[in-house]
Design a protein. Structure first.
Length: 176
């Protein structure tokens, strides 16, 4: 599949209404830490989170679409102010449909960032399907764009920097 260049990606990002993100392998480095008591911990990238907050302040809707239920994810998204956290869903393209209807959007209005074979269906349906740099080769083959940064290592920030450039807004103006 031909990839979008960065200028082509920015052109498509101008009309973006919703950024949907997988968690494990996109907002984290694809690692999960478990204690003997079953406590789950994840390592989230702080810069990704900062740019998510700035993008939401700029008017971009952000949703989490994850196949795994995780209290750590719920806590982090609450900390960031992400309103839409969809978890425990194997068919991500199907589970996001009610949210799209609620927001009056279509698949063409969204970008989805994933890293694994579970993400292929939504990557193909989204207006912009994005794979992080260290994604499975099957997802890379399906994606419109591949970030230069790996999951949990600033891939979401990279994409959101392109978004801010595309819409002509300075992320620093959304710092409070």
């Amino acid at each position: 599949m031909p990839r979008l260049s960065v200028p082509q990606l920015k052109e498509r990002l101008r009309d973006l209404k919703l950024l949907a993100l997988d968690v494990d392998g996109v907002l984290t480095d694809d690692s999960i830490y478990f204690g003997a008591d079953g406590l789950e911990m994840k390592k989230f990238n702080i810069s990704d989170g900062l740019f998510m907050v700035l993008a939401m302040r700029a008017g971009l809707e952000i949703a989490i679409v994850s196949s795994r239920p995780s209290g750590a994810t719920v806590t982090r998204m609450k900390d960031l102010g992400v309103k839409y956290v969809l978890q425990e869903m194997k068919d991500k393209a199907l589970v996001i449909q009610p949210l799209l209807q609620q927001l009056g959007l279509d698949y063409k209005d969204i970008a989805f960032v994933g890293n694994e074979i579970l993400d292929i269906n939504l990557v193909r349906k989204a207006g912009i399907g994005i794979a992080v740099a260290d994604s499975s080769y099957e997802l890379v083959d399906a994606a419109d764009f591949v970030t230069s940064q790996a999951g949990g290592k600033g891939a979401v920030r990279e994409l959101l920097e392109y978004y801010f450039e595309a819409v002509g807004k300075d992320p620093k103006s959304f710092l409070k």
